[in-house]
Design a protein around this ligand. Structure first.
Ligand SMILES: Nc1ncnc2c1ncn2[C@@H]1O[C@H](COP(=O)(O)OP(=O)(O)OP(=O)(O)O)[C@@H](O)[C@H]1O
Ligand SMILES: [Mg+2]
Length: 607
């Protein structure tokens, strides 16, 4: 066995193995190069899902003939002027992408620098470079990759279906587009245009929201809360979806670090932490977050495809994200997503009318009744009168007398965001009239959230008020459940619940949180035992307590089936307006639906 230095083409193919895994990775490198070249418009063309052709054309700064010849050399880059790997200002920095792609395909690059009279073209086949020759091209660069992996057939075998490969390409371009709203992007193949984003106008934040609407959907942009936070030189901006706009998968969660799309498990964890008591465990919110950090606090040179980064202080980043999301969600108050109203109207619509609609039942869908994130601030700002003492009815004091005679219809009542209570239906739903529509509240879900938030507040203020049971309640459960509860007795006491062991297979409850009122103690304990079993040790003490609060709140809430007076209903509405997170119950379901008059008129064909 003799040791030898490998020939350059072999070296490049080894590098290509890490950098170019599939058509989407070649697209990523070429589009990143175009972005680095200051392009305003980037067009991607594919044939057979990128197997036979990937072409990326841009209107960027271009390259001269001499630069072209260098660009395909290994470790040749214009992007590290000071050789300083800690100071990376471009998406590229290694000078590795083009030679890697060239070593496993037939590569042709044509380019014309801005202001230059002529264009040049260079061909490289399986790593062998031909001489540059004149070409015809407007300013910018066009790179064509033909027969990717023809030189490394083993790689070809690992490619998935056309559908899957195109899906990866589109995903890659979408992520880069989200980070570069001022650049126009398009992807086309044999079947036509697969994706097109026009350059978004306005300042960065407006342009970004417009681009996010194009990529993640208008519903996201309309139901997203603006995020802005700063900590120790790290700056976080972006948008986070309202909890009621949730999905069954966590795919729509994006993180950009200094303009670079990255995948980081830290994001998923932080998002889970921030939304944890707002969503059921199998539901996921949508977020797009942009983190700007000093170049010295992040290492981008840790992953061959540069899709992961390493933070110097991951705890700081997680804290920043969780803090910013929680803050925005709390400020959103009782706001629930407009999709809730759209879905409700969809359900109202008579079936044949839907079928008869020219666009398959989608066309009539109402515009969401509330404006987008930009106008959101006015909507959820606390209503000036909401803090009036009359509105501050304690959760346990439901069961007040009937409304006073003069209580009726002061127009001021309908001016509250959630309006004036008019009726209770099926002893479960409160119907209220607002200035320009109606609100239907699920009284159990809403009250559950109010009790939950109040418990959290009390917890932060040094403990929940307890109420001694006149007759301590003995609850029988299996041994393991008893042990779990007794093992957590100290934590539960902080939440106002005092339990002790009571022989084998039973616990005795001596005190309960005062705000729970006449709770069903047996049911509560069984649910708590299940909850504790599921929680495990993954969450912090505070996070666990908040979860348990949710379970308790559920048992202490005004159950569906209780008749409420108008005063009680109004009190509930006013409390919802003042309570953070009150737009959804602990499982991400909405607590109320709002229909605007315009929506209702449309429903009856009046518009
Ligand atoms: N579309 C383009 N327009 C203008 N110049 C380009 C373009 N693509 C590549 N170049 C030039 O070619 C050089 C080499 O590109 P290549 O992608 O191989 O490396 P890089 O972008 O510098 O680093 P990395 O390997 O991290 O992507 C770049 O540094 C740039 O100067
Ligand atoms: Mg590059």
């Amino acid at each position: 066995m003799t040791i030898r230095v490998l020939p350059e083409t072999t070296v490049n193919r080894i590098a290509a193995g890490e950098v170019v895994e599939r058509p989407a990775s070649a697209v990523k490198e070429l589009v990143e190069n175009a972005i680095d070249a200051d392009a305003r418009r980037i067009e991607v063309t594919l044939a057979t899902a990128g197997r036979t052709l990937i072409a990326v054309a841009d209107d960027g700064i271009g390259m001269s003939a001499a630069e072209l010849a260098l660009a395909v050399e290994r470790h040749a880059t214009s992007k590290l002027p000071d050789d300083d790997l800690l100071d990376i200002a471009f998406l590229g920095f290694r000078g590795e992408a083009l030679p890697s792609i060239a070593s496993v395909s037939r590569l042709a690059i044509a380019s014309r620098p801005r202001g230059a009279a002529e264009a040049w073209r260079l061909d490289v086949e399986a790593g062998r470079k031909a001489a540059a020759r004149p070409a015809a091209l407007p300013a910018g660069t066009r790179v064509e990759v033909r027969d990717l992996f023809f030189a490394t057939p083993a790689r070809l075998k690992f490619l998935k279906s056309d559908r899957a490969e195109i899906g990866h390409v589109l995903d890659t371009v979408r992520r880069l587009a989200m980070a570069n709203p001022a650049v126009a992007f398009s992807v086309a193949d044999e079947t036509g245009t697969r994706l097109r984003f026009e350059a978004a106008q306005g300042d960065l934040l407006d342009a970004r929201l417009a681009r996010l609407a194009a990529v993640m959907g208008r519903e996201f942009a309309e139901n997203a809360l603006p995020i802005e936070a700063e900590r120790e030189g790290l700056r976080l901006t972006g948008y986070a979806g309202l909890p009621t706009l949730n999905q069954g998968y966590a795919r729509a969660q994006y993180l950009f670090v200094n303009g670079r799309p990255v995948r980081d498990p830290l994001l998923a964890g932080a998002v889970r932490g921030a939304y944890q008591d707002l969503l059921a465990r199998d539901r996921h919110p949508m977020v797009a977050l942009y983190l700007e950090v000093p170049h010295t606090s992040v290492d981008v040179n840790v992953h061959p495809m540069k899709t992961e980064v390493r933070f110097r202080d991951p705890g700081l980043v997680r804290g920043l994200i969780v803090g910013a999301l929680r803050h925005a969600l709390a400020a959103a108050g009782h706001r629930a997503s407009t999709t809730v109203a759209a879905e409700a109207l969809g359900a109202f619509r008579p079936r044949d009318a839907v079928a008869a609609s020219p666009v398959g039942g989608q066309g009539w869908r109402p515009m969401p009744s509330r404006g987008g994130a930009a106008s959101a601030a006015g909507w959820y700002a606390p209503f000036p009168e909401a803090a009036a003492p009359s509105a501050r009815v304690d959760a346990t004091s439901f069961g007040l007398a009937e409304a006073p005679a003069d209580y009726d219809d002061a127009p001021a009542r309908t001016a509250y965001p959630l309006g004036a209570a008019r009726a209770q239906l099926h002893e479960t739903y409160i119907v209220a009239q607002t200035a320009d529509g109606i609100v239907i509240v699920d009284q159990h879900a809403a009250h559950e959230r109010l009790v939950h938030e109040r418990m959290k507040q009390a917890l932060e203020g040094g403990g929940v008020k307890r109420q001694i049971l006149l007759v301590p309640e003995v609850v029988e459960m299996d041994e393991a459940a008893c042990e779990r509860l007794v093992g957590r007795a100290a934590e539960l006491a902080e939440l106002g619940l005092v339990v002790e062991a009571f022989g084998a297979g039973a616990v005795v409850v001596r005190e309960v949180p005062a705000m729970l009122g006449q709770a069903d103690v047996k049911g509560l304990l069984r649910d708590l035992a299940d909850e504790i079993a599921e929680l495990g040790e993954g969450l912090s003490l505070k996070e666990r307590l908040e979860r348990v609060c949710g379970t308790m709140a559920c048992h202490g809430s005004v159950r569906a089936g209780r008749r409420l007076t108008v005063t009680e209903m109004d009190a509930l509405l006013r409390q919802m307006e003042q309570t953070p997170h009150s737009g959804q119950c602990n499982h991400g379901r909405p607590t109320y639906v709002e229909l605007s008059l315009a929506d209702i008129e449309r429903l009856f064909g009046r518009r």
